[in-house]
Design a protein. Sequence first.
Length: 337
Amino acid sequence: MLIVMRDHASLQEIEHVVDHLHSAGAETHLSQGEVKTVIGVIGERELIYTLDMEGFAGVAEVIRVLKPYKLVGRDFQAEDTVVRVGSAEFGGGAFGVIAGPCSVESSEQMRSVAASVKAVGASMLRGGAYKPRTSPYAFQGMGLDGLKLLREAGDAAGLPVVTEILDVRDAEVVAEWADVLQVGARNMQNFMMLEELGKMRKPVLLKRGLSATIEEVLSSAEYVLKGGNRDVILCERGIRTFETYTRNTLDLAAVAAFKVLTHLPVIVDPSHATGRRDLIAPMCRAAVAAGADGLIVEVHPDPEHAKCDGPQSLDVPMFAALMDGMDARVALEGKHL
Ligand code: PEP
Ligand code: MN
């Protein structure tokens, strides 16, 4: 950390800052010019992040050179983390495709979609039982009954299942029924929940917050790894911008950036990113080219009658068309389905 003092800061102000740093256990190195003084601060990351020096008299600027995360960084672990869930794999050359409806609606819907997506190469089934809806009057999901239907459909088709955990109080019950626990965009910075998931031994699918920076996503993932759970898959699902034609703006540069910054697998959700079924296939192709380790796509057997996110859901033939040739596209990037 660098502390830049105001021009002509008094000796007293400089000493006060240095004394505070020393008493906190940090080491300091002064660079003193006639006008400007810069204090270099060295210490453990945990210590540096507790030092709030901005409010001290004479301090002009505090520059943190350390990243706010450690365990998720490539500096800490150079080789890719591979998250394995049954036969599904993400990272280290493995490309996984998660497919299924936005929300679990019935046994028939889940069983038919599970069998259909499995037949064309999906490696995991999705389906929300607890839905984070903007309006409290919108369909909120089937809850525990939905979890059971998701599990049954996954087992019948031979697919592991992922579902969203909306509240830390549901952690145990969701973990009992699902193979992967999804943290939705709206909960990306629910730090209590992330800490709880860190203690669990189920992989976590962490979706990027609606307005979260790349560093904030990685910092949230750090909470889970810090708790001891190394199996985190990051998901770029679009961010809020001024654009309204699409539901969100798919930030593919973030995918490439994540691949540089972290060893964790990164997947792309073109469904929530675009909100439009006609844009799903091109964005999937772009995601593969950007270096993604997988996709999560909403597929519904009858999108027109979906209780949630019908306009962005592919029907089964559209998903089959998307998967046709996917292995070759993925192979071009040196990966395998
Ligand atoms: C979802 O995947 O169903 C979902 C609600 O996504 P997000 O949290 O990215 O909005
Ligand atoms: Mn949805």
